[in-house]
Design a binder for this molecule. Structure first.
Ligand code: C2O
Ligand code: CU
Ligand code: CU
Length: 486
């Protein structure tokens, strides 16, 4: 008798009931139901909501000379109370969730000391920045518990944009990120055309919190689909209120392990002015903006009235018995003042990359198995699982290449490449090729099921670079490869 029919007929006879618990337990065992699947989650109503959006705390520069940025990030556990009276252990950089905002300028030289006070190895990866491979926190280049190291790199001209930093240790990236280790990084330009426009920063992160106050571990379903908790936090708080008087430039980070954020301000249009790697050439008026895990954007918001910032329901093809995608309210926004300054018609020049003839193909796929009654999915790139000791692709430094990113699976996967920013050229879906309508610098691009995205890309520095799915559970489960730049 399976579990469902037991529950249906369990009341029929005392003798059946007496036998039932053992039968059920055996049944559960046979089905290999992971106990983590059944972790009771904290009811959403128990979580305080509605406070004013807290500003991100900045990482203080300890260096005096101009153009130098020196600071320390200490990764350690700490106890917080999301719900008053209920202790939650999180992992944090310098005791902050999200991690402190690193704010630097093009041309700056950074020296960031990482002190690892966790009980597992970690690294810091500088997501989106052209950092030398030895300074980029690659898997395998780990900082052991109780030890430290310094990451040193400089920021080239033209790198102004919205980036982030997070751990990248082999097999533990998802866990360290969902425990709270991730922070924003802004590279500024001294000739920013939007200089003078007030800014707000919205770091969007996912939280799966148990009723016992513990951050829940990943269930088998989380490993398969990518983890989504019951909360999406903005700068670490639930459904804050945001006040915008006049035009504002918002920087948005999707730091969720797996959650897609199809952002909307209801009827109120807004301007998309920047992507991962900085400003576009021209502002684009939009009413929706899909941010896949890992992606960032810059928008200009203006208007009048009380509206909601929402993540509209987005079907990313999750497998198994999961609830239908839902629309979430991320924040309440009070807009006033309307347009208070002219939008520059031209934001910056982006020169299209011209490929030299080298082509590459990167195919994301999923291998399903029912071995031993366990429903499992192995995510693969070009038919293989990540191997730290294998080089998957080789590129020449400085050579512009054309990469076809193919999603040969039934689920969305966000492709991410280290060490550079690329340009999306076209997207092909159901036999229809749509040229990308505008030039933009990106380091992460979503691949829908059966979609092929063509990018042009060049790597400025030699060494080993990762490319992977930015659903961090998929990355940890092997949806990652190594590009050796020679
Ligand atoms: Cu944000 Cu390799 O990752
Ligand atoms: Cu990265
Ligand atoms: Cu994936």
């Amino acid at each position: 008798m399976d579990r469902r029919s037991f529950l249906r007929f369990g009341g029929m006879a005392v003798s059946t009931l007496a036998l039932a618990p053992r039968t059920w337990a055996e049944d559960m065992h046979a089905m290999h139901m992971a106990p983590a699947d059944n972790t009771a989650l904290l009811p959403v109503a128990d979580f305080p909501a509605g406070r004013a959006l807290p500003a991100l705390q900045k990482l203080k520069n300890q260096a005096n000379p101009a153009g130098q940025f020196q600071a320390t990030l200490t990764a350690a556990a700490r106890t917080v109370q999301f719900k008053p009276g209920l202790d939650t252990v999180v992992w944090a950089y310098n005791g902050q969730n999200p991690g402190p905002l690193i704010e630097v300028y093009e041309g700056d030289v950074l020296e960031i000391r990482l002190i690892n006070q966790l009980t597992q190895p970690t690294t810091i990866h500088w997501h989106g920045l052209p950092v030398p491979p030895a300074q980029d926190g690659n898997p395998g280049d780990e900082v052991a518990p109780g030890t430290e190291r310094i990451y040193r790199f400089s920021l080239p001209a033209g790198s102004a944009g919205t980036y982030w930093y997070h751990p990248h240790p082999h097999g533990h990236t998802a866990e360290q990120a969902y425990m709270g280790l991730a922070g924003p990084l802004i590279v500024r330009s001294r000739r920013d055309p939007l200089m003078g426009m007030p800014e707000q920063h919205l770091v969007l992160s996912d939280l799966k919190l148990g009723a016992d106050g513990r951050i829940a571990g990943n269930s088998d379903m989380d490993w398969m689909n990518g983890r989504e908790g019951q909360f999406v936090l903005v700068n670490g708080v639930l459904q804050p209120t945001i006040t915008a008087n006049g035009m504002q430039r918002w920087r948005l980070w999707n730091m969720c392990n797996a959650r897609y954020l199809n952002l909307s301000l209801g009827e109120q249009p807004f301007r998309l002015v920047g992507t991962d790697g900085g400003l576009l050439e021209h502002a684009r008026t939009v009413t929706q903006l899909l941010l896949a895990p890992g992606e960032r954007a810059e928008i200009v918001v203006m208007g009048n009235g009380e509206i909601a910032l929402q993540a509209l329901a987005y079907d990313r093809g999750m497998m198994g018995d999961v609830p239908a995608p839902q629309t979430l309210t991320l924040a309440r926004v009070a807009l006033s003042g309307g347009a208070t300054m002219p939008m520059p018609s031209h934001l910056r020049q982006i020169t299209p990359l011209t490929p030299g003839g080298v082509q590459k193909r990167v195919v994301f796929s999923e291998q399903m198995s029912m071995a031993g009654g366990v429903h499992s999915m192995t995510p693969l790139i070009n038919g293989k699982s990540y191997d730290m000791n294998r080089v998957d692709l080789i590129s020449q430094r400085g050579a512009v290449e054309a990469w076809s990113l193919v999603n040969d699976s039934d689920m969305d996967h966000p492709f991410h490449l280290h060490g550079t920013q690329f340009q999306v050229v076209s997207r092909t879906h159901n036999g229809q090729t749509v040229p990308e309508p505008f030039l933009a610098w990106r380091d992460t691009v979503n691949l829908r099921p059966n979609e092929t995205v063509l990018i042009h890309v060049v790597q400025p520095q030699a060494g080993a670079r990762m490319f992977h799915c930015h659903i961090l559970e998929h990355e940890d489960r092997g949806m990652m490869g190594i590009l050796n730049v020679v």
